[in-house]
Design a protein around this ligand. Structure first.
Ligand code: NDP
Length: 282
């Protein structure tokens, strides 16, 4: 990579950032398309976020991704928020248009594109169970509602967070049947046995743990299990699902697709389908 005085600078704001695969993905994409740009990790502590965001303007950084724990805190620091990001309540991509910082969320679009690419599931009219209630779950719920699913059940350790998420979304998606279900109730097992798609949007599994409130024996054979956790080896959930011959996929495709969508927002270049996924798996 040869940088010059005209090279454009992109980056990632997060705490931590050292584990991130985004620099690898984005720099490969710039190289492949002969774009004079570089993508750098910026380790930003929560108290420094306002200064860091002003730094984007001051240094004319062309765009950044935003990751944990800043995705929600960054919203009031921006000039404009894309409607989908506003609905999700989180921003993972900022575009700097001549000093105007615009917040987007490519987690929802990336999740839906990866689902469509990696499975034969018809999202329109299907029934879904989401595990979680954090930012990733909010993005999945919005993406799925926009894609036209029929119903979304949500379970979470702290059920009140799932209820709050549903209260926020119901006015925007009156045609979708939302319900919060506690995973220690029979109704949860009923939902589990009839849904077409189950999404683990909790952080369980990130360090090898098991989602112990997901009894796989109740899941119907045609359902898809989507584990948002990504790992170059199999997550425990994926391993267990495969051993039961259930359809399953992990979050690597979502990571790749949300990165492709951020790249498009910054450069206007639509990468070939699977470009980032190939970079990650190589
Ligand atoms: P948040 O911190 O916002 O939410 C974490 C969620 O996990 C909450 O619902 C929390 O429940 C639940 N949780 C955490 N620990 C436990 C536990 N021990 N038992 C039960 N529930 C638990 O994180 P995000 O929503 O931003 O991210 C969730 C996961 O999705 C992360 O692991 C992240 O890596 C992954 N992700 C993947 C992406 C991809 O591109 N593949 C993109 C974005 C996220 P509670 O509310 O009760 O605390």
């Amino acid at each position: 990579m040869i940088l010059s005085g005209t090279s454009r600078v992109y980056g990632l704001l997060g705490d931590p950032v050292a584990h991130s695969l985004s620099p690898l993905m984005q720099n490969r994409a710039f190289q492949a398309h002969h774009i004079d740009a570089v993508y750098l990790p910026f380790h930003v502590f929560p108290d420094d976020l306002p200064v860091a965001v002003n730094g984007i303007r001051a240094l004319n950084i062309a765009g950044v991704n935003v990751t944990i724990p800043h995705k929600e805190a960054v919203l009031p620091l921006l000039d404009k928020i894309d409607p989908e990001a506003k609905l999700i309540g989180a921003v993972n991509t900022i575009v700097n248009r001549d000093g105007v910082l615009i917040g987007h969320n490519t987690d929802a679009s990336g999740f839906i594109r990866s689902l469509r690419q990696e499975s034969k599931l018809t999202l329109e009219g299907c029934d879904v169970l989401l595990l979680g209630a954090g930012g990733a779950c909010r993005a999945a719920a919005v993406g799925l509602a926009l894609a036209g699913v029929k119903s979304i059940f949500i379970t979470n350790r702290h059920l009140e967070r799932a209820e709050k998420l549903i209260d926020d979304l119901i006015p925007h998606f009156p045609a979708v049947g939302f319900s919060a279900v506690s995973y220690d109730k029979d109704r949860y097992l009923q939902a589990l046995s009839h849904v077409d798609l189950i999404v683990n949007a909790t952080s369980i599994g990130l360090h090898g743990g098991k989602v112990n409130f997901l009894p796989l024996e109740y899941i119907k054979g045609s359902a898809l299990i989507y584990d948002m956790i990504y790992s170059l080896s199999e997550t425990t959930l994926i391993k267990d699902a495969r051993s039961r011959r259930l359809h399953c996929t992990d979050g690597l495709g979502m990571l790749a697709a949300q990165g492709e969508d951020a790249f498009f927002l910054w450069t206007g270049v639509r990468l070939a389908t699977g470009f980032m996924h190939k970079v990650l798996t190589e």
